[in-house]
Design a protein around this ligand. Structure first.
Ligand code: HEC
Length: 139
């Protein structure tokens, strides 16, 4: 009896393990984590956040009172081609270009913009402000 039980246990352990291995090696997962790394590496979080992905803006920038723009729904407004040009300061919005020019490689820009256009979550601005206040208030 005991042996059967052990076998079952081992089987579900194996199932759980293979699930995680598949997840980690799935192209979607590595693409998203690579894009996230690029977003952090080029310091987008100095001026932006992404609540839907739980990517916080830098607390020091919030403390300075800097206006942060959240990117949870950025894909509802722009496509990848426009975003690429925007990040390279080749297009204007309301008569202005982006504050900083993207310094990474074309592949990084491609990964970053493909990931950004997937972000299509509408979040209430009040909820975002509340989240920023929580970050500021945290030790
Ligand atoms: C020094 C501050 C700063 C940094 C760093 C920065 N941005 Fe921005 N970004 C801005 C400002 C300010 C705007 C708003 C411009 C406007 O609306 O005219 C903006 C707008 C945008 C927009 C348009 C969003 C919208 O809804 O209007 C996108 C997309 C964007 N930034 C992506 C990025 C990415 C990706 C990075 C990192 C590679 C980045 N930004 C880094 C300041 C910054």
């Amino acid at each position: 009896m005991k042996k059967v039980h052990n076998k079952k246990y081992l089987f579900s352990l194996w199932q759980a393990l293979s699930f995680f291995i598949l997840l980690i090696f799935s192209p979607d997962y590595s693409f998203a984590s690579e894009a996230r790394e690029i977003y952090l590496k080029y310091r987008c979080i100095k001026c932006h956040s992404m609540k839907s992905e739980n990517i916080e803006p830098l607390k020091e920038e919030l403390l300075k009172g800097k206006k942060i723009i959240d990117h949870s729904g950025v894909g509802l407004e722009y496509d990848a081609e426009w975003l690429k040009k925007w990040l390279l300061k080749e297009v204007e919005k309301d008569g202005e270009k982006h504050r900083v020019k993207f310094k990474g490689s074309p592949q990084e820009l491609d990964t970053l913009t493909r990931w950004l256009v997937e972000k299509k979550e509408r979040i209430n601005p009040e909820e975002i402000r509340k989240w920023y206040r929580e970050i500021i208030g945290r030790q």
